[in-house]
Write a protein that binds this ligand. Structure first.
Ligand SMILES: [Zn+2]
Length: 569
């Protein structure tokens, strides 16, 4: 016995050491130390502890399966996803918060699909006509909802196509754009000055959605947006796949619409500039400088757009956990994640299902796991908690736009909205991205909580990509509600940051909005679980603190908040 004691102890210690080192055993894969967050009641800690990375995996695996057909808006797969999520909410014991006592909130939509027989030609005064090829050279939508429109109109070079009084910048000055087609750039004038278009960060003025909306407001017939990968922050393949099938619009939307909302490849724009005796790079450089003036080009645009148009109803899925405080329960904290993706493209060669595993089955898995965790506690937080899985995000944030305009609780009573969109399943994160949180009065709580989670808050790694305007929290913010998304940074445990950055870059280049965004068993959901726990800790604090969360004074969205508080939603 004595003789054996030392080797036995050694073996035992070695065994413990090896167990603690291995990352392949299932126990080790899910074992992440539970953060203790100061000021949170035991029920919140219990909710956080109940979050299970493997349950998130199960949700992602199902939602991203081929059977769900890419969860397209207005397609069967999207409707099945909505029913599935509603069923999960019901099984958790949450209350319905949609229309007529159901979990579903109807979103009336119009689907428009540009048909292959459509043509777009650029006819220079001098030189050969340029007949563009649909999808390879351009994509286009007739947003007006007519099935056929023929346009023959002059083309005007508009630079960035921005009218921003607060930056004393107006590309529309001194030009009548009524009945014209406008050639313009995505993005905004380059700047390092934080007071001029927020420096290197993108403002809403740089987004393509703004370009189309503003041109329509000004009475233009159409817009040709020049796609450049560096300026858009994603390649042409992303534009092509997002615009080749049906795109959906809110059906009863009173906002003016373009008869031609189009993107063209940068090579087409370059050739067009040459034909006009100009140089695209010089035009872009001049467009970013003060004193730029729009220029009519010696070109007519001739378009025949044939569209398939249909009406359909899609649904947001909304559940409620009633708050425990008899007064504060009339107020709310929201969690959201879009369930839609790009669906299935009938007739497309090869794999034609856009499964959207990372975008955004991951966010749905996190939302469902947060909902399950909240529903499982005996003593819920003081304010009510709402869980909203929204539709038609990929169509331009349509579902959340509708929800922001028709919330189940008045917008002024919603303290905070936390969104999840595309949270990579890459392991244990050491950083968190909460871009936009710093614009709210809640930021000190976010900073404290991140510290408790040993997560470093990272600034948006690509501020110029304008992520704040590219997901559903933006729709809440537009309704005045303090809102931001929760995501990981690039640094993961066991890897250097370059590894994470490389993963992110590879995803954008190869899989983002492609059929290859699929579920793989190798995916590691511990980070998604950590983001869920972090979100529970934040939401619980926002739901229990005495005052509602607000925007910092002077913020871009503070005006909308004040309007909602004054009874003008
Ligand atoms: Zn997404």
């Amino acid at each position: 016995m004595r003789k054996l004691a030392y080797p036995a102890l050694l073996i035992l210690l070695t065994g413990i050491f090896l167990l603690s080192q291995t990352t392949n055993s299932p126990e080790a894969k899910t074992a992440v130390a539970m953060p203790q967050v100061a000021g949170l009641p035991p029920a919140a800690q219990q909710a956080m502890a109940s979050v299970d990375a493997e349950k998130i995996r199960a949700q992602v695996r199902f939602l991203a399966s081929d059977l769900l057909e890419g969860r397209g808006t207005g397609q069967r797969g999207g409707d099945i996803a909505a029913e599935y999520i509603a069923t999960q909410f019901a099984l958790y014991g949450l209350k319905p918060a949609g229309d007529n006592g159901s979990f579903l909130q109807k979103v009336a939509m119009m689907g428009i699909a540009t048909q292959d027989e459509s043509t777009l030609s650029l006819l220079p005064d001098n030189g050969a006509p340029m007949n563009l090829t649909f999808r390879a050279d351009y994509v286009a939508m007739d947003e007006s909802g007519s099935t056929h429109d023929e346009i023959s109109a002059p083309l005007i070079w508009m630079g960035y196509g921005i009218d921003a009084p607060e930056f004393n910048w107006n590309d529309y000055q001194g030009v009548d754009v009524k009945g014209k087609v406008l050639l313009m750039l995505v993005n905004e004038p380059p700047s390092d000055d934080p007071k001029f278009f927020a420096g290197p960060a993108l403002t809403y003025y740089g987004r393509w959605t703004y370009k189309f909306e503003e041109a329509a407001r000004k009475g233009a017939l159409g817009v040709l947006l020049i796609h450049k990968t560096d300026m858009a922050s994603y390649p042409w393949s992303v534009v092509r796949s997002s615009w080749s099938g049906e795109r959906s619009y809110l059906r009863n939307d009173p906002a003016p619409k373009l008869k031609l909302a189009a993107w063209i490849q940068s090579d087409v724009a370059r050739k067009l500039a040459q034909t006009c005796g100009m140089n695209l790079e010089q035009m872009i450089a001049a467009a970013g400088k003060r004193g730029f003036r729009p220029t009519p080009l010696p070109v007519r645009v001739h378009v025949n757009l044939f569209s398939k148009v249909r009406s359909f109803d899609s649904n947001n899925v909304i559940a409620r956990l009633p708050g425990s405080d008899p007064k504060l329960r009339e107020q709310a904290v929201f969690y959201s994640a879009h369930y839609d993706h790009l669906g299935i493209v009938p007739g497309m060669a090869g794999d034609n299902i856009y499964n959207g595993a990372q975008d955004n089955a991951t966010g749905c898995g996190i939302l469902l796991e947060i909902a399950r965790a909240f529903a499982g506690v005996k003593q819920p937080p003081k304010r009510s908690i709402y869980f909203a899985s929204v539709t038609a995000e990929e169509q331009g944030l349509r579902g959340s736009e509708y929800l922001g305009k028709h919330p189940p609780v008045p917008a002024k009573d919603i303290s905070l909205a936390l969104n999840y969109d595309d949270v990579p399943p890459l392991g244990v994160p050491e950083e968190v991205n909460v871009a936009g949180a710093e614009r709210t009065t809640f930021y000190p709580a976010v900073q404290r909580t991140a510290k408790d989670f040993a997560l470093t808050i990272v600034p948006d790694s690509q501020p110029a990509a304008g992520h704040y305007y590219r997901s559903d929290h933006f729709s809440f913010a537009s309704a005045g509600i303090p809102a931001f998304s929760i995501d990981e940074g690039d640094k993961y445990r066991g890897h250097d940051r370059q590894w994470g950055t490389a993963q992110a870059e590879e995803y954008v280049a190869q899989h983002y909005h492609q059929p290859s965004d699929e579920y793989y068993p190798e995916m590691d959901f511990r980070g998604d679980a950590a983001m869920a726990r972090f979100g529970i800790a934040l939401g619980w604090q926002a739901a229990n603190q005495p005052a509602l969360v607000e925007w910092q004074p002077g913020d871009e969205f503070a005006k909308a908040r004040a309007a909602s508080q004054n009874g003008n939603p």
